[in-house]
Design a protein around this ligand. Structure first.
Ligand code: AQP
Length: 333
């Protein structure tokens, strides 16, 4: 069986619809046929210096959202990154194989550091993609399901894997492949349909958070930016706002974009938005109820995570020992 690994940062109380459509729904589908590990990457969230109590709460909330989306702990290994110390240990080794200029070329770092300013930008934000490579390589991962924004980081993981294999022997680590589903690779902000929807968006108005009040979500969809034209047609270049709404509609309803275009021929943007709001709220309402059930029983949630960490460590330990050994570190006795 092919091995899958992916994770999300607990950087917000709620995941957003882009996280769900770009990654989480694919995780759920892939767990059927693969050996999957899904992680709440809390060490990554430290890069933006969160409040400690808030981070702890968000870590549980993120795990609860994975479960509510359908990640099944009897099929997949679900765990918290900091519970498996090998992630941080391998990140150090990989950072010694990463060029300074190479890390500096990461566009997410350039964007985020521009937002935080040079004093607000931590070294952790700079080395973030190296920790991500460690997350992936530790599990001899074959496939990494993510959204389009992670493509460049995945390329770095592949480069690092190839570098390790060239230096220490070709079976040192598995070179991972990226798994990006074209249709939902990038969900856009409702108010700025040229920017990706993001947990840390400056304004919440373009964002659909999975745990938002459904009334607020419906209102945000009704106020989504479209264009002056009246035609409901999928054309991301000319009509980014309408195309984004069609993508979301199609992904959540299972109806193809072509059939939606046909059904809405001659109708107005208001009709499309009203129906889409219903579809989104219809999805969110039971989802939120499931999240609240998981959060109402933190002891069981923590037990699932502890079990996942134990399983993950048995794989991670073997990989780390192999890489330490090939790097020339003296074995501990
Ligand atoms: N808008 C999006 N469309 C499709 N996929 C998306 N992803 C994120 N936004 C979209 C995918 O969701 C996963 C989340 O990864 P992350 O938590 O490491 O953070 P991120 O990629 O930086 O996502 P956010 O929501 O923008 O978080 P913040 O604001 O914390 O940086 C990844 O698979 C990502 O591709």
């Amino acid at each position: 069986q092919q091995r899958i690994f992916s994770g999300m940062q607990p950087t917000s109380d709620s995941l957003q619809l882009g996280n769900y459509l770009g990654a989480l729904t694919h995780w759920v589908a892939l767990q059927e046929e693969h050996d999957a590990l899904y992680c709440v990457v809390d060490l990554h969230a430290l890069t933006v210096n969160p409040d400690p109590a808030v981070l702890r709460e968000r870590t549980r909330r993120t795990a609860a959202q994975y479960l509510a989306a359908g990640v099944d702990p009897s099929r997949s290994t679900l765990f918290v990154q900091s519970h498996v110390p090998e992630h941080a240990e391998l990140a150090w080794v990989l950072s010694c194989h990463t060029g300074f200029g190479e890390a500096g070329r990461m566009t997410q770092f350039k964007d985020k550091s521009a937002r935080h300013g040079s004093e607000g930008t931590t070294v952790g934000l700079f080395t973030y993609p190296v920790l991500m490579a460690a997350d992936i390589l530790l599990y001899d991962t074959n496939l990494v399901p993510v959204g389009e924004d992670q493509r460049q980081h995945l390329e770095l993981s592949r480069d690092l894997a190839q570098r390790l294999n060239a230096r220490f022997g070709k079976d040192t680590v598995v070179v991972p492949e990226v798994h990006i589903v074209k249709e939902t690779a990038k969900i856009y902000d409702l108010q700025d349909p040229t920017a990706k929807m993001s947990k840390s968006a400056e304004s919440p108005n373009g964002l659909i958070e999975l745990l938002d009040d459904p009334k607020v979500v419906a209102k945000r969809i009704r106020s989504a930016v479209t264009d002056a034209d009246r035609e409901i047609r999928f054309d991301p270049q000319a009509k980014p706002g309408v195309s984004n709404l069609l993508t979301i509609f199609s992904a959540l309803s299972g109806r193809s974009v072509a059939s939606l275009e046909q059904d809405y021929e001659g109708k107005g943007y208001g009709d499309l938005k009203k129906d889409l709001a219903e579809v989104v709220v219809g999805f969110l309402t039971p989802f939120q109820a499931r999240v609240h059930d998981y959060l109402a029983d933190p002891a069981s949630l923590d037990a699932v995570l502890a079990d996942g960490a134990e399983k993950a460590r048995t794989i991670a330990g073997v990989t780390l020992d192999r890489i330490y050994d090939r790097s020339g570190l003296l074995p501990r006795r």
